[in-house]
Design a protein around this ligand. Structure first.
Ligand code: NAD
Ligand code: IPM
Ligand code: MN
Length: 357
């Protein structure tokens, strides 16, 4: 099969980790007789420096014309003092919005090969962790209006708007219920309906949607409790359905239970058009350019691209197996290092995965 992939390496460790993912995709294509073509475009700080805009029009049209988009990460201290509209992060938010990528799937799994890197007590870790955060991605305080900083009563005042309409809630709830049916049939909707009107509507609409999914077990949890339950007993969760900001925070928390932020992939999809596949972590400026970043979240995002974007389940399985094999063989990057294992850099870890395909 022929597929075109738009690469958005971005900033910080972005180019290093995307290079490893591309190696894995090329080796997979060769093995299965596919033809993957790659075109690179600017986003984030790299695009601000190169084109004066965190999301140049040329990038949007390259993305629209591709079968899938593969993103590293954006942002860094160099651009932290720019106005919000010009920050690297705005490039990522805009591409999600422009392509209608409202559903962000973030699977978190505790691989047996990495049990030793899990930060939880061993009896809790032994119960396992295999959950999926279904995070709404194009609404909430991220995009709500009005927003701004202004002077009120002589004081500098910052404000944002948490906002969802019923249609936005319905379509993400639909994704969660449908996905749960292919997993362990459980959805936990996470909100803050004891305080926020936006969350009250969220809960109401999710309950209405549930009438069509009576076979799926639905529970509701306040976000503060959910943050606590995630580390107390993560095995209780199957699908976590939540809004943009809560999903952002809870997925970073879930990642570290699996060993490291550097392990979690994600897929952002919409009703139509190409999906965007990216690790959940950021540009890690503290380790950028040192060849020490963990490329596995990015490599696993490539597997999600093949499975969800191209309907290539066998190919995706192979990549996931190769990652697990590299871990089983004792290879580790610094973030998941354990005593007695082999410490590798970003590039060598990519090589180990390719060798095991
Ligand atoms: P971060 O995720 O970049 O890093 C947090 C910590 O995790 C750092 O110590 C980092 O070294 C470590 N880490 C992250 N990825 C790693 C990997 N693959 N291997 C090993 N260690 C890894 O979050 P931050 O430091 O809060 O943000 C840095 C920049 O990234 C900011 O500009 C932020 O806005 C941006 N950001 C971008 C994305 C994205 O592009 N999707 C996501 C989160 C943050
Ligand atoms: C993520 C990031 C982004 C988000 C930022 C960089 C805009 O943290 O992809 O998780 O908050 O969605
Ligand atoms: Mn995040």
């Amino acid at each position: 099969m022929k597929k075109s992939i738009c690469l958005l390496p971005g900033d910080g460790i972005g180019p290093e980790i995307i290079a490893q993912g591309v190696k894995v995709l090329e080796a997979t294509a060769e093995k299965f007789g596919h033809e993957f073509t790659f075109e690179t475009a600017l986003i984030g700080g790299a695009a601000i420096d190169g084109a004066g805009d965190p999301l140049p029009e040329a990038t949007v049209s390259k993305c629209r014309g591709a079968d899938a988009i593969y993103l590293g990460a954006v942002g860094g201290p160099k651009w932290d003092n720019l106005t919000p509209e010009l920050r690297p992060e705005k490039g990522l938010l805009r591409i999600r919005k422009e392509l209608g990528l409202f559903a962000n799937l973030r699977p978190a799994m505790l691989l047996p090969e990495l049990a030793g890197a899990c930060l939880l007590r061993s009896d809790i870790a032994a119960k396992g962790l295999d959950l999926l955060v279904v995070r709404e991605l194009t609404g909430d305080v991220y995009f709500g209006e009005p927003r701004g900083i202004e002077t009120r009563d002589g004081l500098r005042t910052g404000y944002n708007t948490m906002i969802y309409n019923e249609e936005e809630i319905r379509r993400i709830a639909w994704v969660a219920f449908e996905t749960a049916r292919k997993r362990r049939n459980k959805v936990c909707s996470v909100e803050k309906s004891n305080v926020l009107e936006c969350s009250r509507l969220w809960k109401e609409v999710v309950m209405e949607m549930h009438r069509e999914y009576a076979d799926v077990e639905l529970s509701h949890m306040y976000v503060d409790n959910a943050a606590m339950q995630l580390v107390r007993d993560p095995s209780q969760f199957d699908v976590i359905l939540t809004g943009n900001i809560f999903g952002d925070i809870l997925s970073d928390e879930a990642s570290v239970i699996t060993g490291s932020l550097g392990m979690l992939p994600s897929a952002s999809t919409g009703a139509e058009g190409p999906g965007l596949f990216e690790p959940i972590h950021g540009s890690a400026p503290d380790i950028a350019g040192q060849d020490v970043a963990n490329p596995l979240a990015t490599i696993l995002s490539a597997a999600m691209m093949l499975r969800l974007g191209f309907d290539m389940a066998e190919e995706a399985d192979l990549i996931e197996k190769a990652v697990r094999k590299a871990l089983a063989d004792g290879y580790r990057t610094a973030d998941i290092m354990e005593p007695g294992k082999d410490l590798l850099g970003c590039k060598s870890m990519g090589d180990k995965v390719v060798e095991r395909l």
